[in-house]
Ligand binder design. Structure first.
Ligand code: NAP
Length: 450
């Protein structure tokens, strides 16, 4: 029998577990899915925007995997030097699949980035998603205008959440503190700014279109700015996805504003060079106007534009972080691998695997993780005869307990779910997420979980 630990219960971890138990090549594989949080689902719970109920409902598919008879969820277990060392984990299981994602955000590297009022989009997302490590700044008090730097799907998410009214946010599972803060938001103008052109934006058309349907909100694009992009003037040579984006923006550029109380402005060919203070906090972002360089990139023009913003969300992508005991490619923020097998100094490290963003970098949608995890599991199953030779404890959970760890098991997670339903009912809302470690652990332990 093969015992496998999967580290991380986001989509890539759960899809890896699913591939391991839904195959017949190596029968009877048992999988423990470890997560440092007491809650499963990774970015599906803590990254997918709360108003995207349909994508969030993917949790139901992930749930069936974690409830499989040969899969166990072990939450609240931190893997690394301040928890369970990776070397110890290797001793307890025949194989370990690291699905730890890309936990940090990329930096802009411009002056003023650290000014109060300037946040990474990840920090904002964590806050409205009730991540227990999130800062609880409130983000919007005192802000009239916001700038979102970057034009990917995360930028669209945070822009949309800033533009939504309380009536639309209240039915979501957003934590009460974030809902209260956003319902008093005075942010009226949100500029989402790309350093390249509209035909090079990274957002997907479905997400882009949604901005146009927000109540009481105008989406504005400047035709002159769009026209700087050769792909905008003649979209016929663009890939279909980009062409659709351009068509949506063309429609917005041609329609008159409806007089909504909020405005989203899509801006292009503006490269952030500095965040400017107003008193102690950020007051504006200085951008340099860019022009296409003919090779898909841009060059600066030496002309600058300051855009007012008391709130700046830097949405320029995620970045993988090294995990102690695992090799790391700092340039790409990934673990070097060969078809999912971890490479140490260029050679395969038997029994160690990666899947998801820590394997391929922070790109793709949730479904991209399925084939990615499958490739990794295929490698693992090929290695299984050799891996199974090694003696491992009968039940690693007993060992973890004797070593002082007390993982939150599935019953503990179910108790958290019940507590969130009860909290929502007490507030006259649906399910409302618990936003801090104390209440999560209290709920989990109340289940009688060890
Ligand atoms: P992303 O798609 O990589 O977009 C990053 C954006 O930041 C790009 O516009 C990029 O511009 C810009 N950028 C990078 N460095 C910059 C700099 N120094 N200055 C100015 N702009 C800079 O990243 P993401 O939005 O964080 O999304 C991550 C992944 O999650 C993506 O695969 C995304 O599709 C996925 N996701 C999907 C959904 C959904 O399906 N609903 C929701 C959220 C996230 P350049 O192109 O010029 O580099």
């Amino acid at each position: 029998m093969l015992r496998v630990a999967v580290v991380g219960s986001g989509p890539s971890g759960v899809y890896a577990a699913q591939s391991l138990v839904q195959q017949s090549q190596v029968p009877g594989v048992r999988v423990d899915v470890l997560d440092r949080l007491p809650c499963p689902y990774g970015l599906v719970r803590y990254g997918v925007a709360p108003d995207h109920e349909k994508i969030k409902s993917l949790q139901n598919n992930l749930r069936t995997v974690l409830e499989h008879e040969r899969v166990r969820f072990l939450g609240g277990v931190r893997v690394g030097p301040d928890g369970l060392p990776t070397a110890r984990l290797r001793e307890l299981y025949h194989a370990v699949v690291y699905c730890v994602g890309a936990a940090a955000d990329r930096r802009l590297g411009v002056p003023g980035e650290e000014l109060p009022g300037s946040w990474s989009a990840t920090e904002f997302v964590s806050w409205y998603s009730a991540h227990p490590d999130a800062v609880s700044d409130g983000f919007v008090p005192g802000a009239r205008a916001a700038v979102v730097i970057g034009v990917g799907n995360v930028a669209v998410d945070v822009t949309r959440i800033l533009a939504r009214g309380v009536a639309e946010l209240s039915p979501t599972d957003m934590p009460q503190g974030a809902l209260a803060a956003l319902s008093h938001s005075q942010v009226r103008e949100i500029q989402m700014v790309g350093r390249r052109g509209p035909s090079q934006a990274r957002f997907t058309t479905k997400e882009l279109r949604e901005l146009g349907g927000l109540p009481d909100t105008d989406v504005v694009v400047d035709p002159a700015e769009l026209a700087l992009d050769p792909g905008y003037a003649d979209p016929s040579g663009l890939p279909a996805a980009q062409r659709r984006n351009v068509e949506v923006m063309r429609g917005w550029a041609e329609r008159p504003p409806s007089g909504g109380s909020r405005r989203i402005r899509l801006r292009f060919f503006l490269r952030p060079v500095e965040l400017l203070p107003e008193g102690e906090r950020v007051g504006a972002v200085r951008f340099e106007r860019t022009v296409p360089d003919g090779h898909g990139g841009v060059t600066g023009t030496g002309r600058y534009e300051d855009i007012e913003a008391q709130l700046v969300l830097r949405s320029v992508g995620y970045r993988g972080v090294p995990l102690d005991g695992l090799p790391f490619d700092a340039e790409h923020g990934t673990v070097p691998h060969l078809a999912g097998r971890v490479l140490r100094d260029g050679s395969v490290a038997p029994g160690e695997y990666v899947a998801g963003w820590i394997k391929r970098g922070p790109t793709g949608v949730i479904g991209t993780n399925r084939p990615c995890a499958k490739e990794t599991v295929t490698s693992l199953l090929e290695d299984a005869p050799a891996l199974a030779q090694r003696e491992v404890p009968d039940d690693p959970l007993n060992v973890l307990r004797t070593e002082g760890l007390s993982p939150v098991e599935w019953t503990g997670w179910q108790a958290i779910e019940r507590a969130e339903a009860e909290l929502g009912a007490s507030l006259g809302r649906g399910v409302v997420k618990l936003p801090d470690w104390r209440s999560l652990m209290q709920a989990a332990r109340a289940a009688g979980a060890p």
